[in-house]
Design a protein around this ligand. Sequence first.
Ligand code: TRP
Length: 77
Amino acid sequence: MSSKSPTDFFVIKALEDGVNVIGLTRGSDTRFHHSEKLDKGEVMIAQFTEHTSAVKVRGKAYIQSSHGEIHTETEEA
Ligand code: TRP
């Protein structure tokens, strides 16, 4: 299965209010094209697509993908 498979979902769960999930464009021009705001407990299920090559998550969140699971860093260490 190719790494661009449209069936490869990832999950982002917000662990605080105001988490931003930002989609970046595919191609030579890499820029933000969409910002989705999640409040605590909200979940976004998304894919990499023809238009989206990268995703930036800002805020405290738990992310699950076929590569594993990760928490974004928090300020209190
Ligand atoms: N219109 C975007 C696209 O088809 C929607 C999208 C897909 C998106 N995956 C995303 C937006 C991840 C933000 C983050 O590519």
